[in-house]
Ligand binder design. Sequence first.
Ligand code: WT7
Length: 673
Amino acid sequence: MPSDNQSGIESILHENRTFAPAAEFAARSHVGSADARDAMRKRAQDDPDGFWSEVAEELDWFTPWSQTLEWKAPDAKWFVGATTNLCHNCVDRQVAAGFGDQTAIIWEGEPVEDGAPEIRNLTYADLQRETSRFANALKSLGVSRGDIVTIYMPMVPELAIAMLACARIGAPHSIIFGGFSASAIADRVHDASSKVLITADGGWRRGGIVPLKDNVDKACKKNDSLDHVVVLKRCENDITWHAEPSTEHGGKRDHWWSDLVDNASDDCPCEHMDSEDLLFVLYTSGTTGKPKGIMHTTGGYMVHTYLTSKITFDLRPDDDQVYWCTADIGWITGHSYIIYGVLPNRVPSIMYEGAPNFPEADRFWDIVARHKVTQFYTAPTAIRAFMKWGDEHPQKHDLSSLRVLGTVGEPINPEAWMWYHRVIGSECCPIVDTWWQTETGGHMITPMPGATDAKPGSCTLPFPGVDAVIVNDKGEEQPANTGGLLAIRKPWPSMLRGILGDRQRFIDTYWSTIRNADGEPYYFAGDGARRDEDGYFWIMGRVDDVINVSGHRLGTMEVESALVSHDSVVESAVVGMPHEIKGTGIAAFCTLAPGHAPDDALRGALRDHVAKEIGAIAKPDMIRFTDALPKTRSGKIMRRLLRDIAEGRESVGDTTTLEDYTVLAKIRESDEG
Ligand code: WT7
């Protein structure tokens, strides 16, 4: 975000520049020219079935499809009637082709002892053995095809093993980011009716231990579907152990990961899964307080993430590449672009356990240099933090191995783009700004590094086969440089197939806002955007009550519910506000119950309370106490006015429907914190 006028002007200047891929880079990449890219896009548009079938044929299937796509809006079936297995395509396929000894995952732990971190290299053969053993361990706990297994783990190799083991036996996983709290775990386990949860005694983060098992124990008290908790020993952390089912813990019992796998056979064939069988559920925030369990299925997701990984990052298995995506596997970015899209491309994928600034602010650059990373994929919020920490940290290291830089999660401001280009990419690495969502499963709008001229701040052009448009609320396409709603007209392989247990919400959220003249629904992404005269997309941000904090999605209503669940808060309204590092920060306006003092002690208590209810990422950056919230005569909170206040702007909009306009003045005077 431009923080002052000067950088605002720079921002505009940078936005107007274009950066073409270097000729020698383009010559070696999968798609090496704008013409080749346009031909690929045209092919996908004219013959989507043929286009996607050809891609699918690069992967293994147990039985072929009878039809590429069956589309009855909003329901898509891709590769109808085919069977396959994603663990097979990530792992067994590589072993069978003679690549068992090649590295699949390079893992680096956070702690550094005597100057050296712990590193583990897992080959495809290792992954085949370990996923088979753990899959058998899961079976021994009664897990069978179709049962949803919840995973709440740190970024360790066993997380990758656990998810691939689930895919191996056709048990969909639901991975919960390790930063979420006990209540968030309880809600998600309950929603998915999971009987088995996999966790660890703890995980390392910035030199401290995240008490994952303790959080699970707290969640368990509230939950009744769970029978078994599998615990990996990672930190020698003190934990409470439930060897026997105890009523106080809802009748569930704990098992050590090592005990289960020590007794398990390493022979476990991959289940033949229908292309449309559920692969995983991943919860994400929406406009109401309850997170949505986004459902992704097997075949289409596999094909789309495979192709986008290959093209967007220019992955080539025989070119000494080392790919690193810094996301946590608990988010969709980690699912698609650390594991599922990358392993089938047979390029080693780095998994790093900890924080970017531990033990020092140069940790990421140290990793890039030591492992000779060729593709590096991170979020704008991280880039802004690196800028702030200073150029000396990356400059201490040899970053010359880098070839492609990627960003994801939120719009990247042109200054951050320029810094990334100059300081990390030495002005020679293409930057791929990838727009997509938990719901889209894979990249939707993105440059191709050897073919697309970049413009700082734009995610450029739709990926082949993605029919993205900017429309108004009547579904009419908008002319160039006119803002509107971002919509997708045609189905794509990795699209969500629904919200777990809530068909109506799926229809209402994504398929009811925009229709064309024939009444056909388009996928509504929830983002505002414009297209420029070259057809490039510029994402303007969410148009719903969802905010994007450090590239992580939160519903304002989730934070509001957490605040009002505290004794002191009667009513609250939460809005986004610009934040130098996070992109969007959280501003909370609260009215208090009698007898509570509006002071800093209460602010601290409320922040802790929100962290307990949701997770630390949801802590408000600013809390204002107020006697009343601005409302319309019909009682709707006027969020626009609160956004103006949070941003320190004078309200310019229409306030005539404001019920009690003195409220506004009172909030402005209220003490800020
Ligand atoms: C929302 C989706 C996709 C993985 C990470 C976030 C925003 C995402 C970009 C980008 C501008 C972006 C959008 C989108 N977003 N990528 N390159 N430029 N905005 O996944 O949590 O599902 O959030 O993130 O607002 O709707 P998510």
